[in-house]
Design a protein around this ligand. Structure first.
Ligand code: KG4
Ligand code: ZN
Length: 344
């Protein structure tokens, strides 16, 4: 009989201090997410210095609260997992130092988890990931379409050639005068409008490269031109038109992958996967091609430690443990990461 594996996972890459206890990569025994969003909203975005200071202030409390929720202590877990990349350097370091201390004191293996992989494995919580599967990563830092043959065998089909979709949502939010966090606010406003502005579609070529900068510039220019002419911008209509074109760009590439690969499983990953319009449109497309489509539950779409515990599980099974030299890496090169998975 297989023994249960419980991983204590730590996530501090941006503005959420989060810890979770995850059993066998798919069962969340406890999770705590302490968001700093309200503090950063006053500044219009995450302030790195404030973020790391708040992680330092809160991390011990988040640890004791998480353990108390599951009525466990650190000696009962099998490993300590922590996000080491990508993210804000100072923020990542708070989580990493905490993980190292727990690992040393309790003599537990340390597992270094990539945050973007965490977003992918959020799909494993409450759902089985069936391979081969197509994963669309739509986050603040990334827009990638990848084919996974197993947790350790990943091919990149295509990535954005310019901005990530999350970044563009956030920029558009700003020109529309919406508050941080941009993405959810654009989505909310879009629901009140109709598709009535003519915005350029991105690349027409049948490849897997995404592009969003043309769309972003078009929205910015439109707002500025209308303001200069003294015209009123129909903000909800513009949000709706932007979202329709942006999501369409994602749909076209995914449809191409359905046609070319015949894949029958698909997942969405990353903060933008919390977007209901995207979830609905992607589901429609998947139904058309008879593809099983999964998205994480809303609480696992945005940053959280449960997804880090889920992503750590396949690494635990392969004994891919980190040394105490582990350092934070602010940038993430998905290609380089995939190579590390192949190492024996
Ligand atoms: O995946 P994530 O945590 O970022 C990285 O790990 O890089 O996602 C954050 C991004 C932000 O750009 C945020 O605006 C966007 O996800 N986001 C959304 C929604 N919720 C979060 N974008 C559109 N619609 C949403 N409902
Ligand atoms: Zn994230």
């Amino acid at each position: 009989m297989k023994r249960d594996v419980v991983i204590l996972a730590i996530e501090t890459s941006c503005d959420e201090t989060s810890m979770a206890l995850v059993k066998n990569g798919n069962e969340v025994l406890a999770m705590t997410v302490l968001s700093q969003m309200d503090t950063h909203a006053d500044f219009g975005g995450v302030v790195p210095e404030i973020a790391s200071r708040m992680h330092t202030e809160n991390i011990t409390m988040v640890l004791s609260e998480t353990l108390a929720k599951a009525n466990m202590d650190v000696s009962q877990v099998d490993a300590i997992a922590v996000t080491y990349s990508p993210g804000l350097l100072g923020s990542l370091l708070v989580g990493i130092e905490c993980a190292k201390v727990l690992s040393m004191v309790y003599d537990k293996p340390l597992i270094a988890v990539n945050h973007t992989m965490g977003h992918i494995f959020a799909n494993q919580i409450e759902n089985e990931m069936v391979y081969p599967l197509l994963a669309l990563i739509v986050s603040g830092g990334h827009t990638d379409l990848v084919m996974m043959k197993s947790p350790y065998d990943i091919d990149i089909l295509g990535s954005t050639v310019d901005d990530s979709i999350g970044e563009v949502y956030d920029k558009v939010a700003r020109v529309l005068g919406l508050k941080y966090p941009g993405g959810p606010n654009v989505e909310k406003l879009a629901r009140e409008g109709t598709f009535s502005y003519n915005l350029p579609k991105a690349m027409k070529e049948p490849n897997y490269q995404f592009s969003f900068s043309g769309l972003k510039s078009a929205v910015i220019n439109l707002v500025h031109n209308e303001e200069q002419r003294g015209h009123e911008v129909r903000l909800a209509d513009l949000a709706n038109s932007f979202q329709t074109v942006a999501v369409d760009e994602l749909l076209r590439k995914v449809e191409l992958a359905f046609q070319n690969t015949g894949v029958k499983e698909m997942i969405l990953a990353g903060g933008v996967s919390a977007n209901r319009y995207l979830r609905e449109k992607m589901e429609e497309l998947a139904n058309k091609y008879q593809v099983h489509f999964h998205v994480p539950a809303f609480q696992y779409c945005t940053d959280n430690a449960a997804m880090i515990g889920a992503a750590a599980y396949p690494l635990y099974l392969k004994k891919k443990f980190a040394s105490y030299d582990l350092n934070a890496q602010s940038n993430f090169d998905i290609k380089a990461y995939i190579e590390t998975l192949k190492e024996p």
